[in-house]
Every structure is written in C-alpha cells, then in structure tokens.
Design a protein around this ligand. Sequence first.
Ligand SMILES: [Zn+2]
Ligand SMILES: [Zn+2]
Length: 289
Amino acid sequence: MRLGIHVSIAGGMAKMAQTALDLGCEAVQIFSRSPRGGKAKEFSEPDVAQMKAIFKENDIWPVVVHVPYFLNLASSDPEKVGYSRDVLVEDLYRAQVLGAKYLVTHLGHKGKDEAPDSIEPLTRVVLSLENVLSRYSGPVKILLENTAGQGQEIGASFEALASIMAALPKDRVGACLDTCHAFAAGYDLRTKDSVDSVLDLFDATIGLSNLGAVHLNDCKSELGRHLDRHEMIGSGCIGEEGIEALINNPRLPRDLPGLLETPFDSLAAAKSSVETVKNLRARHAGSQH
Ligand SMILES: [Zn+2]
Ligand SMILES: [Zn+2]
C-alpha cells in the first residue's frame, strides 16, 4: 500500500505538495476546492506546475481528489441533484488539471420517507452518474466510497455500491473502501481473520479488482453503530491489528493508495499518523508478496 494523508490546499497547490512531502506521504488526498461550498477558485498554472514538479521529483502518487461534502447525487429534488451533478463534472475536470487519478465521491442521501433498503435512491445515483459520465470523458476515474450509513446516508453496504457499479462502465467507476465507515456499518475489521472475511465479501460484491483506494481511519464508535467518527489509527474501536492486516494484505495491489483522514491539530501530529501506518507496514517488510 502507498501511504499518505488528506492534506489541505488552503495555501495553494505547491504548498500542499510541499506539506505532503514534509509529512512523508507516498500518495495524497485533497479537496480541489473548499469542501463547505462556494464557487471553486481557478487554479494558477505556475502553482499547479510547481505542485506536479514536487510530486514527480519525490515519487508521490497517485493524487486522489475528494468531492465536497454537500453533494447529493441521490436527491429527488431536480435543482439539488442538477447542482450536485454539475459540481461532480467540474471536479472531474479540476482533478484532471491536477493530474489526479481518482475522484472519490459519496453517493448521497435518501429522502426521509424512503425505507433504508429502498432501491429508488440508488437508481437516482445511477442516473446522476450516467449524466456525469456523458459530460466527461477524460482519464479521471470516479470512486464510490462506502459510507457509515449515518442518518439518511446511502451506500453503507457493499451490495448497494455493487448494484450501482453494475449499471456503469467498470473502467470509469470503481470503489473506495473507508475502514471507519465499513466498521460503523457493521463490517468487523478488528482481526486478521475478520479483515479476510470482509475482503471476501467485498470481492463477492464489488470485486477487489474495482478497489481504487482505501481510506485508513480508525473508528471512535463501536461496530455497527452507523456513526461516522474518524479516530487516529490504533486509538479507536478497530485497533492496530485489523489496520495492519489490511495494509499488508497480499490480496491487495502493492500500489493501492491507503490514505488517512484522521483528525490532527498540528503538522507534527499528522506526520506521526503517517509514520504509524508506515510502521505497521514495515513490520511485514520482506514477507509481502
Ligand atoms: Zn473516507
Ligand atoms: Zn467519514
């Protein structure tokens, strides 16, 4: 696994790249814009060129972009879903300008009156993605991220993601596995055996060959509670054993990005989080396939 962390773009792209380097990232995740809303700022060409030079020189890849939180591809409100599709298309182009390989998105939220296992919101996501793919034909691949199933959030089960992906071209839409979300949704990841079982389930539904990225997060809340609360690796309810088993799993490609989205209040803390996962990988150095 190529390890890294979500880095802020607040000071521009070159600064972000330098921060990723300082933190010891081998791969990196970013937002292409403010995740909270507003119009996206235009990139400065020299800034993007400098970012790419830093990544190239230091062998940092792939770049993964995460869409803003306010999108809802499952909305039944034409205006809301139209806006979400527009932002997704725009973010695909922005990700391409940045040289990103993947754009990660959540599916969205169902209506309050819809049943938890209702098929309609999933169908609306398929329609949204078909629309988006008809408007963007570049190289950036969309990754659908599993969710914790908090509130009206859809996409907590591997089956839900698989049912959407079945309707879309595999070379354009893959999956991102978030460990905190999976655990909150009831997928036990605490031991080597449980990780193997979850990977079996993943393979039988979504297919391991469709896995483009992993979000490495421990979880503050207990198994199956549907609470999306990221925790530092080893300090949450998943624990080091499961995360270590995943990072070093021989069934996963060695160049799969494993990205932390754990909270940190200083760059030193972020660096130490990246070191923690690197140490979990180093324990298996030489024994990896
Ligand atoms: Zn995530
Ligand atoms: Zn989360």
